[in-house]
Write a protein of this length. Structure first.
Length: 462
């Protein structure tokens, strides 16, 4: 069995391979093929993955290529995790928005729009190639903005596509961890859109434990709900996706990001530069233990400042640099959970073993949420069994969630239309529809600057 990772030169790929190895006794891959157009990065990441496999004593073959046909040929499962324009593109996305006093975040608002401009056309090309080579293969999309990308894929007729985001299941993970029970024992009811979802129920042994947990201070402080004020949590009465911070605390988030010398994109750009320079100096083949220790140290440092401006007791960039410069490197890195990889592998496990799971995914609504259209891609709890994925019926949702969902989904659908037609006019209407913009004059400026900044990747628009 072959799994292909498009964008396999990404820095999270070795963590994906580690997750595969943890399940080697349940289902077995003969080959994991890493495909990337950045050959130097691909060689480094492939080298790390091979050392991880070697140290585990596994017989899985790690292969690498920059030829999409070779990568997809014979693959039963394909993961797409690309970033067209790489980190410099992200930096532009953030800085252009911030220049106009609008939230500059990677996937939410204008940043997500600009990212979609570059990523969606390329993902569609990969999907078309996969459909020709192997129409029975499943495509798991990790590429951001995940909901928008999957909406474009389904609008173009690609059906064996699942959108995966680790944030969708953080509520289930947090409840399971706090109650010290296996994650599979918690049945979560998640609904919304990607990076815009809520958890209405968290059942354990048939009982909804969420209402009591939302009143428990220790649970709130142990989870990412600590970024939200208790009054807001009480008013919402649900688990809240962490990305809703950018809506519920828009001006605070903007002020915090503007006050910092570096954006998150600039921080990641520098951390990645340092990582690949260190790998070149070390030489993975000559000193694999040091190379893996350096890589795990990088992951810890990168994770340490995630959304630090919102999280209590989380270091900023300068503080994190000081802390991690003094920490010893080690090869016993323990990542908390498996993130994107865990969700994808749970699905593969269900497919291959004919077992059943319930997990939150980005899929067409199909009537699950009555206020949304049938073909709207939503983030919702799904039952996965027998290679079938069915969104669970959610029923009527509160007005607050409905209005925000419908507003953002309007933006998403307009954005897909704009990208597929190359229409500046539709792009402006899409940007104007986003709740974090809501201005024609501002939308026009943002769209024109993004079209100019990324012309190398998106070409000329009408």
């Amino acid at each position: 069995m072959k799994l292909t990772i498009i964008g396999g030169g990404g820095v999270r790929t070795p963590l994906f391979v580690r997750s595969v190895l943890r399940r080697a006794d349940i289902f077995h891959f003969d080959e994991i093929c890493l495909m990337d157009i950045d050959q130097p990065k691909l060689q480094v990441i492939s080298g790390l993955c091979k050392e991880i496999v070697l140290s585990a004593g596994s017989d899985i073959q790690i292969t690498e290529t920059n030829v999409p046909i070779k990568a997809m040929d014979g693959a039963q499962y394909v993961v797409t995790t690309i970033r067209v324009g790489a980190e410099p593109g992200r930096v532009k996305d953030e800085r252009i928005a911030l220049k106009h006093n609008v939230l500059g975040q990677e996937t939410t608002g204008p940043g997500g729009f600009a990212m979609a401009l570059r990523n969606i056309p390329v993902i569609l090309d990969y999907a078309e190639l996969l459909n020709k080579l192997n129409p029975e293969a499943w495509l798991f999309n990790f590429t951001n903005p995940a909901g928008l990308v999957v909406q474009a894929l389904h609008d173009r007729g690609y059906k064996r596509v699942i959108g995966i985001c680790d944030g969708a299941n953080l509520g289930q993970d947090s409840v399971a961890k706090f109650l010290c029970v296996p994650k599979k024992h918690i049945r979560a009811e998640i609904f919304g859109l990607n990076h815009l979802s809520w958890g209405r129920q968290m059942e354990l042994n048939g009982k909804d434990v969420l209402p009591s947990l939302l009143m428990e201070e220790d649970f709130l402080t142990s989870s990412h709900l600590n970024i939200f004020e208790r009054e807001l949590i009480n008013n919402i009465g649900m688990w809240i996706n962490e990305y809703l911070y950018y809506y519920y605390y828009r001006e605070k988030a903007l002020e915090s990001i503007l006050s910092e010398k570096s954006t998150r994109g600039e921080e990641i750009l520098e951390l990645n530069r340092q990582l690949f320079e260190q790998m070149e100096d070390i030489g993975i083949a000559h000193n694999p233990v040091k190379a893996l220790s350096t890589y795990y140290h990088y992951q810890q440092r990168r994770n340490s400042t995630y959304m630090h401006y919102a999280r209590p007791n989380t270091p900023n960039k300068i503080e994190a640099d000081s802390i991690f410069d003094s920490l010893p490197f080690n090869s016993n890195f323990q990542d908390e959970g498996e993130g994107y990889a865990g969700v994808a592998l749970d699905i593969i496990q269900a497919f291959e073993t004919e077992s059943q799971i319930i997990t939150a995914l980005n899929v067409p609504n199909e009537g699950s949420i009555p206020c949304m259209d049938k073909d709207d891609v939503v983030e919702v709890s799904c039952r996965v069994s027998g290679k079938m994925i069915r969104p669970l019926p959610i029923g009527k949702i509160p007005e607050h969630q409905e209005l925000l969902m419908r507003s953002v989904k309007s933006y998403e659908k307009l954005t897909v239309q704009a990208i597929l037609s190359g229409s500046r006019q539709k792009a402006v209407m899409a940007m104007m529809a986003h709740p974090l913009v809501m201005s024609y004059s501002l939308a026009s400026i943002l769209v024109d600057e993004y079209l100019s900044a990324h012309k190398e990747f998106i070409g000329n628009w009408k």
